[in-house]
Design a protein around this ligand. Structure first.
Ligand code: SAM
Length: 283
């Protein structure tokens, strides 16, 4: 008998991975959590049946969500991470000795518990003494701080279920307020390819543009996400991801990465024409 994990990427497209073994399946307060072992992608985590992390390609997502802003502002010391229960973003951030404090706000404690037990590859730095985990809704958490964080990373699920509020104008407005003058917001920006993902990407872009003077989008290749073509947003009060890239500083750190480098940093902001058009429609 064969066991397969299948995710619907659209009503007419499905993506399947052959499963060796199911390790966990639990219905938490916020979402259903599953962990599987697979031959092709190693261990994988799904939430409500949507693929979040695979051991094989998580490095692409987590390197691109952290090293892009860090290479733009070496003075980043205080960071807020929203979501990110698998720990991959925290693992990359804790490689910077210059970072002094990280608040991580994850709505679902069960995701963190499961990842600590089954996904040590990503969860390995959640105990770092600079990391302070708050189990609450990021939408509410971000209403309080003012001028407090140099970097906010929104490493969320998609814009439905618990993640829905993290794509709203109210949320981005509060992020603006919570950031310092040199602050940067990086967000999970969906994909331009399939229509429903492209609509979500446009909605997010429109809402961020309404709040931040600098609002750029960059791309990467994530084989297990719908279409494989995924985007993050880079928003700031003034810093440019291109003009302010401090390649010399970042390269002298000597961090070993598998996907990110400072040439790719610049290239990732060069977008295909159809993506530019989608983003221009948000003007
Ligand atoms: N790093 C992952 C990847 O590679 O795709 C992304 C997903 S991470 C598991 C997303 C996390 O966001 C989930 O653990 C989910 O519980 C959390 N989340 C969703 N909505 C949230 C909210 N409103 N506030 C805080 N965390 C939220």
């Amino acid at each position: 008998m064969e066991l397969w994990f299948t995710e619907e990427h659209t009503k007419n497209v499905r993506f399947s991975i052959k499963v060796e073994k199911q390790l966990v399946s639990k219905q938490g307060d916020f979402q259903r959590i599953d962990v599987f072992d697979t031959k092709e992608f190693g261990r994988i985590l799904t939430l409500d049946g949507y693929l979040m992390v695979t051991e094989k390609d998580e490095f692409i997502y987590h390197e691109m969500i952290t090293h892009v802003p860090m290479a733009v502002n070496p003075a980043i010391k205080k960071v807020l991470v929203i979501g990110a229960g698998d720990g991959g973003t925290i693992r990359e951030l804790t490689r910077y000795t210059s970072i002094e404090w990280i608040d991580m706000v994850e709505i679902d404690q069960e995701v963190v518990n499961v990842c600590k037990e089954y996904l040590p590859q990503t969860a390995c730095k959640l105990e770092d003494e600079r990391v302070h985990i708050h189990y609450e809704d990021g939408l509410k958490f971000v209403r309080k701080p003012v001028n407090m964080y140099d970097l906010i990373i929104v490493d969320s699920t998609d814009p439905f279920g618990p993640g829905e509020g993290l794509f709203t104008k109210e949320f981005y407005g509060n992020c603006f307020k919570a950031l310092t003058d040199q602050g940067i917001l990086i967000n999970q920006h969906e994909s331009p390819y399939y229509e429903s993902d492209a609509n979500a990407m446009q909605r997010a872009h429109r809402n961020i543009k309404a709040v931040f003077p600098v609002s750029e989008v960059y791309q990467m290749h994530i084989p297990t996400y719908p279409s494989g073509h995924w985007m993050f947003g880079f928003a700031s009060k003034g810093l440019s991801p291109i003009k302010d890239l401090n390649a010399e500083w970042w390269n002298q750190l000597g961090l070993e990465t598998r996907y990110y480098n400072t040439d790719l940093h610049l290239g990732a902001f060069a977008l295909p024409n159809y993506v530019k058009k989608l983003l221009m429609e948000c003007e």
